[in-house]
Design a protein around this ligand. Structure first.
Ligand code: MG
Ligand code: MG
Length: 275
């Protein structure tokens, strides 16, 4: 088990999910409507950040902007204070995989691959989403990694439908990543999301018996968030006890959406094209 326990992206905790398997919440129409609003706030903030990020900004600048916008829209930052996390976004650059802590000393440069993950808590419910931004001109490999990371997320989402299984989703993500010669990070997973930032079920990004193979039902809300590495799948945690980095310093990319399961498919609640 990861010493950090329950992180902003679920850290993998073997077998622990089994005992809470019955705890998967089906959201009511009223709750879903609130989640749409929470998710829309997240989508708006991430869209704005993607349009304004530029070399010379610090990750602390991005964090301050995100917090300001989340609060302006009547929500609270989901991450701030979560298990002691000090900021409203996770900002993870290049070889940093997840949970990078924003800092005034971290300057964003041309060529950087920047993951921005954030959440908003609105009227009792959370939205959660992550994007990877190519800052200026990036290497062809970085561009491909970012493109495939987003593609893998959508391959997973395409499997979301009442009656399908979590393993369908996990397998689709894994197959997309492997076909493109990248690796799936196994140390972190997606999760149910709603009243709590992290709920059951854990949503793995690869086929594994560690994942209870839950049958999807309409009204479930899932944060699906594959993480891809250009090199080794293995990660380690820095001395700040939060930042996960690739063990070989290779690049990492991630996209995440909060997704509603419907009878005939899905609704992407954090869809940035709708804001
Ligand atoms: Mg998440
Ligand atoms: Mg997230």
């Amino acid at each position: 088990m990861n010493i950090l326990g329950n992180l902003l992206s679920h850290s993998v905790q073997p077998s622990s999910s089994n005992k809470r398997r019955k705890g998967i919440e089906i959201k009511s129409p009223r709750e879903i409507e609130i989640m749409r609003q929470a998710a829309k706030i997240v989508a708006t903030v991430l869209k704005e950040i993607s349009q304004t990020m530029a070399p010379g900004m610090t990750t602390a600048d991005v964090d301050a902007y995100a917090e300001k916008r989340i609060r302006e829209m009547g929500a609270k930052p989901s991450f701030k204070g979560y298990h002691g996390f000090p900021a409203s976004i996770c900002s993870s650059i290049n070889n940093e995989v997840v949970h990078g802590i924003p800092s005034a000393k971290k300057v964003i440069r041309t060529g950087d691959v920047v993951k921005i993950d954030t959440g908003a808590y609105y009227e009792g419910f959370h939205g959660d989403s992550c994007i990877t931004i190519a800052v200026g001109e990036v290497t062809p490999e970085a561009a491909k990694l970012i493109r495939v990371a987003e593609e893998a997320l959508y391959k997973g989402i395409e499997q979301v439908k009442a009656g399908n299984y979590l393993m369908d989703l996990a397998g689709a993500i894994q197959d997309c990543v492997v076909a493109n010669d990248f690796t799936v990070v196994e140390d972190f997973t997606g999760h149910g999301v709603g009243r709590n930032l992290h709920e059951e079920p854990s949503v793995f990004n690869f086929r594994t018996r560690e994942m209870p193979n839950v049958k999807l039902r309409a009204g479930m809300t899932l944060a699906i968030e594959p993480i891809l590495n250009a090199g080794s799948k293995f990660t380690r945690i820095l001395a700040d006890k939060w930042t996960a980095v690739t063990v070989d310093n290779a690049l990492s990319a991630q996209f995440e959406h909060t997704v509603l399961v419907t009878e005939d498919g899905y609704e992407i609640l954090t869809d940035r094209s709708l804001v």
